[in-house]
Design a protein around this ligand. Structure first.
Ligand code: ADP
Ligand code: MG
Length: 240
C-alpha cells in the first residue's frame, strides 16, 4: 500500500534522511522507533506530502507522492495523520473538528457528516463530549478526537507521530487502547512511538531508525526481544 524507496531528504546541507526504503502492506501495523532527531517525523511527513524529498520515490498504491502536484490533496485524504500535539481547531467543538474533513475536503452534506462524526466519536469513547471545545477536554480526549477526525476521512492508512508523547502518563492507556482497536479492525498504520509495549503487542513490524537510516527492521517480536544490531540493543536498553 505504501512503498518508500531510497528516500533522501536534506534541510540545507544537512542530509537527515539518507536512503530509507520500506513497504507497508494493507492492514499492516509498522512501528518506527529510534532516538530523537533520527528522522522519524520527517519520513512520516514525506509519506503524507508535508515535506518534499530530493531523491527516491514514495508510492501510495502506485501513485507517487509529490507535494508540488495537485494530486497531493487526494493523497492526504487517503493517508491521514495524527500528530503529537493533536492540532485541533480550538474554536470548534469536538464534533465540528471531526466534521471538518468530510465537509470541506470530501464535500459531504453537513447532516451526513455530523452523523458520521458522531459515530466516530462514539467509537473512540467520546459520545458524551461531542459539543465540548478542545480546551475543556483532557489531552487524552483531545487525541481521541484527533483519531476520530483521521478516521472520518475514511483513509486507507493512518500515520501517527508520537501520539501519546504529549500526554500525562495516566491518559496514555486510553489513546493506545483506541489505536489498538483501530489496528484490530484492519487499518493500515505507521506509528512512531516510544511505547514499546504497544509496539510489541500491536505492530507486525518494527523499524529502528538512527541517523536517517534504518539500522534494523523485522517482526516486532524479533527486533524488540532479540535485536541483532548493537545500536538497536543500546537504544532499547535506554528506553525499556
Ligand atoms: P525525530 O522525529 O526522529 O526526532 P526529525 O525527523 O524531527 O527527528 O528530525 C530529523 C533531523 O532533521 C533532526 O536533526 C532535526 O533537527 C532536523 N530537522 C527537522 N525538521 C527540520 C526543519 N524544518 N529544518 C531544519 N532541520 C530540521
Ligand atoms: Mg519526531
Amino acid at each position: 500500500m505504501i512503498s518508500v524507496r531510497d528516500i533522501h531528504k536534506s534541510y540545507g546541507s544537512a542530509e537527515v534522511i539518507r536512503g530509507i526504503s520500506f513497504d507497508v502492506e494493507p492492514g499492516e501495523v509498522v512501528c518506527i522507533i529510534g532516538p530523537s532527531g533520527s528522522g522519524k517525523s520527517t519520513i512520516l511527513r514525506c509519506i503524507n506530502g508535508l515535506e518534499t524529498y530530493q531523491k527516491g520515490d514514495i508510492l501510495i498504491d502506485g501513485t507517487r507522492v509529490d507535494p508540488e502536484d495537485k494530486s497531493i490533496k487526494a493523497i492526504r485524504q487517503r493517508v491521514s495523520m495524527v500528530f503529537q500535539r493533536f492540532n485541533l481547531f480550538p474554536h470548534r467543538t469536538a464534533i465540528e473538528n471531526v466534521m471538518e474533513g468530510p465537509v470541506y475536503v470530501m464535500g459531504m452534506p453537513r447532516a451526513k457528516a455530523r452523523e458520521l462524526a458522531a459515530s466516530y466519536l462514539d467509537k473512540v469513547g467520546l459520545g458524551d463530549k461531542m459539543d465540548s471545545y478542545p480546551d475543556n477536554l483532557s489531552g487524552g480526549q483531545q487525541q481521541r478526537v484527533a483519531i476520530a477526525r483521521a478516521l472520518a476521512m475514511q483513509p486507507e492508512a493512518i500515520l501517527f507521530d508520537e501520539p501519546t508523547s504529549a500526554l500525562d502518563p495516566e491518559l496514555v492507556g486510553d489513546v493506545l487502547g483506541v489505536m489498538r482497536q483501530v489496528a484490530e479492525e484492519g487499518m493500515t498504520m505507521v506509528v512512531v512511538t516510544h511505547e514499546m509495549g504497544f509496539a510489541r503487542e500491536v505492530a507486525d513490524r518494527v523499524l529502528f531508525l538512527e541517523g536517517g537510516v534504518i539500522v534494523e527492521q523485522g517482526p516486532a517480536g524479533e527486533v524488540l526481544r532479540n535485536p541483532q544490531e548493537l545500536r538497536t540493543q543500546s537504544f532499547l536498553k535506554r528506553v525499556l
